[in-house]
Design a protein around this ligand. Structure first.
Ligand code: GLU
Length: 301
C-alpha cells in the first residue's frame, strides 16, 4: 500500500481577528506539514453563527496569506456540513448516550449555589465551569418526547457516565508530542469525566465545538492535531467521542500559548496583538515570524 502523507490543519473560528497565538499555531502546522512532506489544510470553524462573521473569515485568509502560508483549496467551512454533525449526533442517540437538557445558565448557577450552601463544593470542569446537574438524565422516553414537544429550548448533552460505561470503563489515552500545562507528554491518560455531561448541540448552534471537531478531523483524514495548550484538556472529550463514533485517533501536539505583555493569554478582542495590527502598522511579516519563533524557542527551554 502506498504511504499516505500526514495531514495537518489550522482550524480558526472567524469570531474575531487572528492574534500572534494564532500565527504560532498556523506556522507550526504549516512547517510541521512541510517537514513531514505532509498536507496543510485550513478549516473555518464557524458553527456558532451568532459570533462568526464573514469579514473575520476574509481577514483570516488575508492574514495567513500575508504571513506567506499556502493551504489547500477548497477550504472546509463547518456551517456547510451541518448534516455530517447531525448524523454523528444521531449515531450517539442510537447508542443511547445523549439526552435533551433544558436548564439555562442561570438555572445551573442557582442549582450549584443551592448545593454549595450545604458546604460542599460543586465539581468544576477543567475550564472552571460547574458540571451540569443533569436532572433530565433520568427522564423516561415518553417524558423526553414531551419535553422536546413542549417547544422549550433544549440542548443535547452527552450522558458521560453512560458513555464511559458503554466503552467498558477501560482507560482512554492519546499520544502527545507537545506538552500539557504541567509538562505532560508522551502517553497521556484521558479523563473525559472531568467535563461532565458536555453539550453536543443547541437550538441556536446545531453542533458543539467538540462534536464538529472530531467529525471533521476524521472526515478530512487529519493525522496530526497541532493547537494551543488551552485545548489540551478538551482532548479527553475528543478521544471519548472518537471511540464512541469509531473514528481514528490522530496524534496530538499542544503548543505553548503566546502571552501578552501583561503575562495573560491573548484574546481576539485585543487589537494590539492582532496580525492585522502588525500589517496596518507597516511592519513586515518577518517580524511576526521572528516573534513567534522566539516563542517557540522559549517553549523548548
Ligand atoms: N476553532 C478552535 C479555536 O479557534 C480551534 C480548534 C482546534 O484546533 O481543535 O480555538
Amino acid at each position: 500500500m502506498p504511504d499516505t502523507p500526514p495531514v495537518f490543519r489550522f482550524a480558526p473560528s472567524p469570531n474575531g481577528l487572528l492574534h500572534l497565538g494564532h500565527a504560532l499555531s498556523a506556522l507550526l502546522n504549516h512547517d510541521m506539514a512541510k517537514a513531514a512532506n505532509g498536507r496543510f489544510l485550513l478549516r473555518i470553524e464557524d458553527i456558532d453563527q451568532t459570533r462568526c462573521r464573514p469579514e473575520f473569515e476574509a481577514a483570516i485568509f488575508e492574514d495567513l496569506a500575508w504571513l506567506g502560508l499556502n493551504w489547500e483549496r477548497p477550504v472546509r467551512r463547518q456551517s456547510e456540513h451541518l448534516d455530517a454533525y447531525a448524523s454523528a449526533l444521531h449515531r450517539l442517540g442510537e447508542l443511547g448516550v445523549v439526552y435533551p437538557s433544558v436548564m439555562t445558565r442561570g438555572e445551573i448557577k442557582a442549582a450549584v449555589t443551592d448545593a454549595e450552601a450545604g458546604g460542599k463544593a460543586w465539581p468544576r470542569d477543567p475550564d472552571g465551569s460547574p458540571l451540569y446537574p443533569g436532572r433530565e438524565r433520568e427522564l423516561r422516553q415518553s417524558e423526553r418526547a414531551a419535553l422536546i414537544a413542549s417547544g422549550k429550548a433544549y440542548a443535547w448533552r452527552l450522558d458521560m457516565a453512560k458513555a464511559l460505561a458503554l466503552l467498558g470503563g477501560g482507560p482512554l489515552s492519546w499520544r502527545e508530542s507537545g506538552a500539557g500545562p504541567a509538562g505532560e507528554t508522551g502517553a497521556i491518560t484521558a479523563d473525559p469525566a472531568a467535563w461532565g455531561d458536555i453539550i453536543l448541540s443547541r437550538s441556536d448552534a446545531p453542533s458543539s465545538y467538540h462534536l464538529s471537531v472530531v467529525v471533521d478531523d476524521a472526515l478530512q483524514g487529519i493525522t496530526h492535531v497541532v493547537r494551543g495548550r488551552d485545548l489540551y484538556h478538551a482532548t479527553a472529550v475528543h478521544r471519548l467521542l472518537q471511540q464512541l463514533l469509531g473514528l481514528p485517533e490522530p496524534l496530538y501536539h499542544h503548543h505553548r500559548l503566546v502571552l501578552g505583555p501583561d503575562g495573560r493569554k491573548l484574546s481576539k478582542s485585543n487589537q494590539d496583538t492582532g496580525i492585522a495590527a502588525f500589517r496596518a502598522a507597516g511592519r513586515a511579516p518577518e517580524e511576526v515570524l521572528e516573534h513567534v519563533a522566539q516563542e517557540c524557542l522559549a517553549g523548548l527551554r
